[in-house]
Design a protein around this ligand. Structure first.
Ligand SMILES: Nc1ncnc2c1ncn2[C@@H]1O[C@H](COP(=O)(O)OP(=O)(O)OP(=O)(O)O)[C@@H](O)[C@H]1O
Length: 579
């Protein structure tokens, strides 16, 4: 039950259960000093009443028992600390790893719906909330409830009327806190959303600072950012207020309980139905029961807030993973699309796409912007799953193969290159971990990188900055081509791979590529028609449909969309030539 309620691992649930028992024991042990005090009070009362008790003679007994008690309390708290804190930190670290593992297996469509700040908040912030709750709130709360049940039974045995006086305020106060939960959850959600928006805005501000400065929009953007940050303050305040009000009301009810114990108990003493020591005992026990509960009501608010975080984690946990077989028994590497339909968020993008990209051939996808070319290449690599139709690699439906296994067959160069804040060497080695320095250098040479790498201060060991910020667009693209070449995969997807290069670099890279592409299945997307003039096959896409298929010369003769695009670019080139 703990496992399901708090999205815990098996070990985490076991550790939490042990923590709860340890906390209940620690709370129960702390009742003993109250009992001891009562014994002293009773002795003093008896002495005052003239009975023969010699308090002095019992001093060694009380000193001894106090020392034993201190030892027991220290041991109980140590055990409780070990069982709760250590286990909570282990569990939350484990949770982060499990979440990161899960994210690895989720389809890209999931990341389209969630944004980076939201996911970072879940992995870091929500896990931290969980850590706090498990190390402190939940064991304290459930441990106190356990202690309350045990003590209630004990008190009822002593005197059921007084026990009732002590017990009743606890559920009443708890109901007040629980009823306020709805308002609190709403405030907590609004607070998380406000924080997410602010994180997003700060991140966007840093990412786009160049553009904002270029268009003199920094002030406007900062005004908007200020509003978002002020909203965080407002929401945080509301979030504190919601549990604060209910907790105060609950604490007031408990104080009222203490007064009730005194009044009713006093009345019973006057009527001779309860002895004074018993009344003192019940008053002491009421204090011992109510004290941890006062704390618990605040912790309950923390648990409710954590439940919102747990809900967000469960959402990730419950997202369908892209699964499939661990082996891909493809025969050859032809890629075939058969009547493929696909939409992003219900918006149709591909409608009945069919074509074959043969092994050993370069297949170029051509078409106006937004016609679906990149989408086709992403579906071929199973970044998304098609809504209907069939996509095969060497006769195997890509949907049946585990994405990471499938992707071993692909080397992909995207238009938007992603590089890491590492050396050139390590950035290229990402293509094939464990590749030797010589292999990395050979791939870099083939992708025409060596000329600019030699100019870098530490050559291949130069750190290229965050996302390759110290390199030009063309240099970054060449590194990503080198990385793809190093991977040496049988299928190569090039999505505007040479778009950021000047004509000279593009020609050099293409010469190198054409030698390396031999025997592989190559799908190329390029807007510049001369980039794909040597393709074996052109597939023309228009509004998500294949409208023409053929060799460049066949399509040029046909006079359709391809011929029109070629003519248009030739005209543009002519008009841009100096006269
Ligand atoms: N992740 C996404 N979420 C929602 N819509 C998307 C997404 N990616 C692309 N689209 C939409 O799908 C359509 C096809 O996009 P795609 O990138 O495949 O076209 P393209 O032909 O490669 O365009 P371009 O030549 O401009 O790169 C476009 O209308 C685009 O707005």
């Amino acid at each position: 039950m703990l496992k399901r309620a708090f999205a815990l691992s098996d070990q985490g649930a076991k550790d939490l259960a042990k923590g709860i028992i340890a906390t209940a024991c620690a709370n129960l042990i702390q009742i003993i000093p109250a009992s001891l005090l009562l014994m002293v009070v009773m002795m003093l009362l008896e002495k005052a009443a003239g009975t023969q008790v010699n308090v002095g003679r019992n001093i060694p007994f009380f000193v001894g028992i106090t020392l034993v008690l201190f030892g027991m309390i220290a041991i109980a708290q140590l055990v409780q600390y070990n069982l709760t804190y250590t286990a909570a930190y282990k569990e939350s670290a484990n949770r982060r790893i499990v979440l990161a593992e899960k994210l690895r297996k989720l389809p890209l469509s999931f990341f389209e719906k969630k944004n980076l700040a939201d996911l970072t908040t879940t992995i870091m912030g929500d896990c931290t909330a969980l850590e706090r709750t498990f190390s402190n709130a939940i064991p304290q709360l459930l441990g106190t409830i356990l202690m309350f049940v045990i003590m209630s039974v004990g008190l009822a045995v002593l005197d059921w009327r007084m026990a009732l006086c002590i017990i009743v305020p606890v559920p009443v106060a708890s109901i007040v806190v629980v009823l306020a939960r709805k308002a609190q959850s709403k405030a907590e959600l609004e607070n998380l959303e406000a924080k997410r928006c602010a994180y997003d805005a700060v991140q966007e501000y840093i990412d786009t600072i160049k553009e904002l400065k270029a268009y003199s929009k920094t002030d406007v953007y900062l005004d908007e950012l200020d509003k978002k940050l002020e909203n965080v303050i407002r929401c945080s305040f509301r979030n504190e207020l919601a549990p604060g009000a209910s907790t105060t009301a609950a604490q007031f009810i408990l104080r009222f309980g203490l007064v009730a114990v005194l009044l009713i108990g006093g009345n019973l003493v006057i009527e001779g139905m309860l002895s004074i020591p018993m009344l003192i005992l019940f008053l002491l026990f009421a204090g011992r029961i109510y004290d941890p509960f006062t704390n618990c009501f605040m912790l309950l608010a923390e648990v409710f807030a954590a439940l919102v975080s747990i809900g967000r984690m469960k959402q990730i946990d419950n997202t369908q993973e892209q699964t499939g077989s661990d082996c891909c028994n493809n025969i050859g590497c032809d890629i075939e699309f058969k009547d493929v339909y696909f939409s992003y968020n219900e918006e149709p993008v591909l409608t009945g796409v069919s074509f074959v990209a043969k092994q050993g051939e370069i297949t170029a996808l051509v078409g106006p912007s937004g016609s679906g070319k990149s989408t086709v290449s992403k579906l071929a690599a199973r970044f998304w799953d098609a809504d209907s139709g069939l996509i095969t690699l060497g006769g195997i439906d890509v949907k049946t193969v585990e994405p990471e296994v499938l992707l071993k067959n692909y080397a992909i160069v995207f238009q938007n290159v992603t590089l890491f804040d590492e050396s050139v060497m390590e950035n290229i080695r990402l293509g094939r971990s464990g590749a030797s320095d010589e292999d990395v250098r050979a791939a870099a040479k083939a992708a025409q990188c060596d000329e600019f790498i030699d100019r870098l201060p530490q050559g291949y060991d130069t750190n290229i900055g965050e996302n390759g910020s110290k390199l030009s667009g063309g240099e970054r693209q060449r590194i990503s081509i080198a990385r793809a070449l190093l991977k040496n995969a049988p299928v190569i997807l090039l999505d505007e791979a040479t778009a950021s290069m000047d004509a000279e670099s593009e020609t050099m890279v293409q010469t190198a590529l054409s030698a390396l592409l031999k025997g592989r299945t190559v799908i190329v997307i390029a807007h510049r028609m001369r980039t794909i003039a040597n393709a074996d096959k052109i597939v023309v896409l228009d509004k998500g449909k294949v409208t023409e298929v053929g060799t460049p010369s066949e399509l040029a003769k046909k006079g359709g969309l391809y011929a029109h695009l070629v003519a248009l670019q030739q005209k543009q080139q002519m008009s841009s030539l100096p006269t």
